[in-house]
Design a protein around this ligand. Structure first.
Ligand code: GLN
Length: 390
């Protein structure tokens, strides 16, 4: 049977979660919390259902939620999106990404991505008939610590962007490296795309998870960039409800008009009661403003435990992921590829992780794997005990 995506198998997140379940491993692979969401949020959704908000919402999403999103973006990033014409509620970040790409990329168009990249970008571009041009985050290995750190590849980006570039996809804070774009990076990006027809898709689903005093710089905070960008975010990430699959996309009206043409035949709408619940819950800014300290203490706890292992920690300034290098472990498995190492770690040690090589089309072996620390302290502690036995 002819495949439209011959290179694509099952996403690594599904594969590793299934492997973790099979071996009853502690799942630090796929990014999702193992602790409950706030009961207040559930109460809001229950109230919406009992108030009979159970039929189709408007195609673009429940108006109250679009207004709450517009207010949040305005308060945090100083850009006023019109909730009527510039914000659409999506079935999670991944649908927003796919729909945005389908709405603007035509066959033959080039789309620039920065690897390591979330694994949905490339197949979405393929389905639109676009051509992916991948540049890599610069990996620098520190001679002393022998650990990689990453930087934005400005020169490669400048070379990659040309007359055929329809779209550039950026992701800040970045999954899996935690890189946070600075205000100066946005200025530089604005220079780069000025006088081009390049649109931007800015994947900001980890916007509220930044640590050590870092500040998330949204594409919305830079007017010239906002004028050509799709901004993607996710309530699943922010409110510990990844299974609800609700997120949003904000973009200038002309771009959003095209986005909605695809969205309406893609999912049509997103479930109604969750949207009403989220609309109320989003009005209390403490729910997302408290996230950095909440997750920073989890990260610090996890890092402290990891320092008692032979893994080398990479910086983790944002997101709920910690990358580590395993190649200095004094065990034969330290020579395995990242995918093999993760399979072994899951099946034999009982801790699931994600190979960072899965974030590249042509796997780059840098000996780095990703753990998710969005877990109860007890889960992290159990995982650390196993990792410390290596
Ligand atoms: N973004 C999540 C991660 O990187 C996974 C999302 C998914 O599995 N679709 O783990």
């Amino acid at each position: 049977f002819p495949s439209r995506l011959p290179e694509v198998g099952t996403t690594v997140f599904t594969v590793m979660s299934a492997l973790a379940a099979k071996h009853q491993a502690i799942n630090l692979g796929q990014g999702f919390p193992d602790f409950p969401c706030d009961r207040e949020l559930i109460a809001e959704v229950n109230a919406a259902m009992l108030a009979d908000h159970n039929q189709y919402p408007p195609m673009a999403g429940v108006a109250e939620l679009r207004h709450s999103v517009a207010q949040k973006i305005s308060a945090l990033y100083g850009h006023d999106y019109d909730p009527e014409t510039e914000i659409t509620i999506t079935a999670g970040g991944t649908q927003g990404i796919m729909t945005a790409i389908l709405s603007c990329v035509s066959p033959g168009d080039e789309v620039v991505i920065i690897e390591p990249a979330y694994d949905s970008y490339r197949p979405s571009i393929d389905l639109a008939g676009g051509k992916t041009i991948a540049v890599s985050l610069l990996a620098k290995r520190d001679d002393q610590s022998r650990v990689y750190s990453y930087a934005i590849p400005w020169e490669d980006l400048a070379n990659a962007i040309g007359p055929k570039t329809r779209l550039l996809i950026i992701n800040t804070p970045h999954n899996p490296t935690g890189i946070v774009w600075q205000a100066s990076d946005l200025l530089r990006l604005a220079q780069l795309v000025k006088n081009t027809n390049t649109l931007i898709l800015s994947d900001e689903v980890y916007e509220h998870m930044v640590y050590d005093g870092h500040v998330h710089q949204s594409i919305a905070s830079h007017p010239a960039l906002a004028a050509r960008s799709f901004l993607i975010s996710s309530f699943g990430k922010t409110y510990h409800v990844t299974g609800w699959k609700v997120g949003y996309v904000a973009a200038p009206a002309a771009m959003m008009r095209e986005f909605r043409k695809v969205h309406q035949f893609n999912v049509f709408t997103v479930n109604t009661p969750m949207q009403y619940g989220l609309a109320k819950y989003l009005k209390n800014e403490n729910h997302y403003l408290s996230l950095p300290s909440f997750y920073q203490s989890k990260r610090d706890y996890f890092q402290t435990g990891l320092r008692a292992t032979g893994f080398k920690l990479l910086p983790a300034p944002a997101t709920y992921f910690q990358c580590v290098n395993y190649t200095d472990l004094d065990i034969p498995q330290s020579k395995l590829s990242e995918a093999e190492f993760c399979t072994w770690l899951t099946s034999e040690i009982g801790v699931a992780a994600i190979p960072v090589s899965a974030f590249y089309a042509a796997p780059v072996e840098s000996g780095v794997i990703r753990f998710c620390f969005a877990k109860k302290e007890q889960t992290l502690s159990n995982a650390l005990t196993r990792l410390q036995s290596l």
